[in-house]
Design a binder for this molecule. Structure first.
Ligand code: GTP
Length: 370
């Protein structure tokens, strides 16, 4: 399965790659352990193979922990897991000649590592996460209990600790739990991957592929909600419609790739000069708009000034030429004003700005807002 997964999952992102690496290392670890069982006990080869096997199993768990962090929408925090993996490997190698020590040490630390993953999985995720999380928790808990049990038996009841292939109850329970947890973990892994793919599709449906800002459909949807809040809390709100000047010339003289870069820099500028709560959007082509929450006309004009300032400073350096735009402002006028009506007023003002020679921002309405 560890070999088949990357083949069947195809091109995947960081979280899935970590999970695949985790699964691959885990499998390699068990193969090494089985091979080690076939060589002379306590030989150098046995010691090397067994130590490598421990490194692979514990390393695999750290990779899995990283994948789960990402799938839960958190930054990867696996330093503790990596430290345990290193301690486990080094301690195992040093104490290899003492059978009780190495079995107790390896299984004990592995159980601790699993417990850390379980705790991390139980923390509140930062994104919407499916029930695969609990499938994993159950499967890891079972694995943790059996591994811990093996550790205690190996360390303190060594004479009762059976050889790996002996038909002993511990081995049978271990095999059974291992098989079940492998199946559960695999199912959880695929579900987590599917969850994330669905989230990514959702995100892609709302942003513009070139600039990363909201697309028109998503913006209109969110802008409607902001408008309702602005009416409800009687706060002013404005919309700024912006259109790059002579953009066709940029495309014609410098090529479409430079045109694309200019669009990206422009939307970056819009984001940089935005305040929390402002909503930027690529309305279409070289036309953008931004909704400014809790903003009166002076605040919208200040946004416009910040944007022009940013472009004056950065565009020549980043693009090699100046980037200018014409814009129109529309404020919310009454409680029954709509986003569509505001956009029309902003658009009309922008059109006048173009007619007046471009590079300026005009206001569609100057009456006081609600
Ligand atoms: N590179 C690039 N160009 C685009 C994209 N979308 C639209 N355009 C181009 O933007 C140009 C818009 O041209 P016009 O509508 O004439 O506007 P303009 O040249 O800026 O003229 P004014 O608005 O009157 O100043 C067209 O040449 C489109 O092909 C895009 O995603 N990438």
């Amino acid at each position: 399965m560890a070999v088949a997964l990357p083949y069947f999952m195809g091109q995947v992102n960081r979280a899935a790659r970590y999970a695949q690496a985790g699964m691959g290392l885990h499998t390699a670890g068990w193969i090494l352990l089985l091979v080690a069982c076939a060589v002379t006990p306590f030989s150098l080869l046995d010691r090397t193979l067994s130590t490598l096997s421990m490194a692979a199993i514990a390393g695999g768990m750290a990779f899995n922990a990283a994948a789960f962090d990402l799938w839960c929408g958190r930054a990867v925090k696996v330093r503790a897991s990596v430290i345990v993996a290193v301690l486990l490997t080094v301690g195992y190698c040093i104490g290899y000649n003492s059978y009780p020590f190495r079995v107790g040490w390896a299984n004990g630390l592995l159980a601790l590592q699993i417990a850390m993953v379980v705790v991390s999985l139980c923390r509140r995720p930062q994104v919407r996460v499916g029930r695969w999380r609990w499938l994993l928790v159950i499967s890891l808990l079972a694995q943790m209990v059996v591994t811990g049990w093996r550790g205690v038996l190996g360390a303190f009841y060594t004479e009762q600790f059976p050889h790996f292939f002996a038909p002993h109850m511990v081995n049978m329970v271990f095999s059974l739990v291992s098989n079940i947890t492998v199946m559960l973990s695999l199912a959880a892994l695929l579900l987590a991957h599917r969850d994330e793919a669905a989230r990514e599709l959702e995100r892609l449906a709302t942003v513009d592929g070139l600039t990363g800002t909201l697309n028109r459909r998503a913006w209109l949807e969110q802008a409607g909600n902001h408008l309702s809040m602005s009416v409800r809390y009687r706060q002013p709100m404005g919309v700024l419609m912006l259109d790059l000047d002579y953009f066709k010339q940029i495309n014609d003289t410098r090529g479409h790739a430079v045109g694309d870069l200019a669009l990206q820099k422009f939307s970056k500028a819009m984001r940089v000069v935005s305040r929390a709560g402002d909503l930027c959007c690529r309305y279409g082509g070289e036309e953008f708009c931004v909704l400014l929450n809790r903003a009166d006309i002076a605040a919208v004009q200040a946004y416009d000034q910040r944007l022009r300032e940013w472009l004056r400073h950065h565009a020549p350096r980043k693009l090699g030429f100046e980037l200018s735009y014409s814009a129109g402002i529309a404020m919310r006028l009454a409680d029954d004003d709509t986003i569509e009506a505001m956009l029309q007023r902003a658009d009309a003002a922008m059109y006048r700005a173009k007619q007046q020679g471009r590079g300026v921002t005009l206001t569609g309405d100057v009456r006081e807002t609600a």
